[in-house]
Design a protein around this ligand. Structure first.
Ligand SMILES: [Zn+2]
Length: 430
């Protein structure tokens, strides 16, 4: 009886080469199910689940190939997400169950470890951030299209290298197209791993096609041109940063190619075409991203090439309005720069190419959480799709063009702006 194998336990017959420890749990009361060799001096051990009942398993997962040295994981402001297959909502792993550390045994690489308890045998999905797939976007746009709104149009802008359709949406009161057009041009998901930017975009589109009077006013005033996913191939393939062909598409805006970076090529051509049309004014271009090292949401802007103080201060209007009307905008993280490293980004390249009065921004939203009212000492609030925290972020960008063009532009010079800001911005939004 003593020599009978016990199903699922490691035994001496599975020992590795000389120099490594040999594990054996093939005896009465043994329950070691698996051993992974980290080095001759370190071993990962896995306790075997109970026979015929794998419930209540407490499992440690180690993600070994993180490329970033500094992340929000080591400050307690970040957590991966999981979803039980039968439930719709994604949850965040509790921060107390997450460890982020440099491991000597893994060549001093940084490792993210987290513990999860499986209360049932049901399938569970894990992710770095809440997924937003190409198919989800297609389903969403189809659902709007089926409502036959007179103010919504969906057309193909171009195809990707793998022949996926790149969407161009137009949302406006189409009477606007007869006159001088004021375009707000918004893009997202050039970096495929940055799914929070898609949630921001989703909420933005959702609001803009709604019957909210503010959305109606915006449709009456502006022509919204939206490219909701600039890198469908990268999204489909599960890439984090690049396109199918390995390009970081947000470094290609100065010289995109029709064969290698067709989505950037087509989007840039469209912007240039609008810019050269005397009947069109591009009021604003915003590119949506997600940030892994910061909390809250915030903007990157350009420094005007001229020393015109009015132009410089106009760049500041939007950040200040956002800080006023939302809990989660960070003025502390807002930056205006001319870094050479960012020259190929949408914000920098289009900022240099388009009319001097077009405001070009990158909007960054944290992958994980925000600290209310920019209070660095505050406990962070996780961003989750279902608790509408992203909803706040999403919708807030909608007020920008409306307020800027309809109220604030009339209030120059700025002393009156700062007085009017709080009352008008808040009044319109609440
Ligand atoms: Zn990005």
């Amino acid at each position: 009886m003593e020599d009978d194998p016990i199903v699922g336990n490691v035994s001496q017959s599975t020992c590795g080469p000389p120099g490594q420890l040999c594990f054996d749990a093939n005896f009465e009361c043994g329950n070691l199910g698996r051993v992974d060799v980290v080095s001759n001096n370190e071993y990962d051990l896995f306790i075997r689940p109970d026979t015929c009942n794998p419930k209540y398993r407490r499992v440690i997962f180690n993600i070994l190939n993180f490329s970033k040295l500094r992340t929000l994981f080591d400050t307690g402001n970040a957590a991966p997400v999981y979803r039980v297959a039968s439930q719709e909502n994604w949850c965040r792993i509790p921060v107390k169950n997450i460890y982020y550390y440099s491991s000597k045994a893994h060549g001093d690489r940084f490792i993210l470890s987290f513990i999860h308890v499986f209360p049932t045998t049901e399938k569970v999905y894990f992710a770095y951030c809440i997924p937003y797939s190409y198919s989800k976007l297609q389903d969403f746009l189809l659902s709007i299209e089926r409502k036959n709104f007179s103010y919504f149009k969906r057309t193909p802008l171009t195809n990707t290298v793998q022949r996926r359709r790149v969407e161009l949406l137009t949302i406006t009161n189409f009477n606007n197209l007869r006159d001088q057009q004021r375009i707000v041009f918004i893009t997202a998901r050039v970096h495929p791993g940055e799914t929070p930017s898609s949630f921001v975009m989703h909420g933005f589109i959702d609001f803009l096609v709604s019957n909210d009077p503010r959305a109606e006013a915006l449709r009456d005033t502006y022509v919204f041109k939206i490219v909701p996913m600039l890198n469908p191939d990268g999204v489909y393939l599960g890439n984090y940063r690049c396109s199918l062909m390995g390009f970081d598409l947000n470094r290609q805006w100065q010289d995109p190619s029709s064969w290698g970076t067709p989505t950037i090529f087509a989007t840039k051509n469209l912007l240039v075409q609008y810019n050269n049309n005397p009947h069109i004014e591009i009021v604003m271009h915003i590119d949506l991203h997600a940030h892994s090292n910061r909390t809250n949401f915030f903007l990157y802007g350009n420094l005007p090439s001229s020393k015109d103080s009015k132009q410089c201060e106009q760049q500041l209007i939007i950040p200040y309005i956002l800080a006023e009307i939302t809990d989660d905008y960070s003025l502390l993280a807002t930056q205006f720069n001319t870094d050479a490293e960012k020259a190929g980004t949408s914000r920098r390249a289009m900022g240099a190419l388009l009319d001097v009065n077009t405001h070009c921004y990158t909007l960054e939203v944290s992958f994980f959480s925000y600290k209310p009212k920019d209070d660095v000492a505050a406990k962070s609030v996780p961003y989750l799709a279902e608790n509408c925290k992203l909803g706040l972020t999403k919708s807030s960008i909608i007020v920008i063009p409306y307020l800027q063009m309809n109220y604030l532009a009339r209030m120059w010079p700025f002393p009156s702006y700062s007085i009017a800001r709080s009352s008008m911005a808040t009044e319109w939004w609440t």
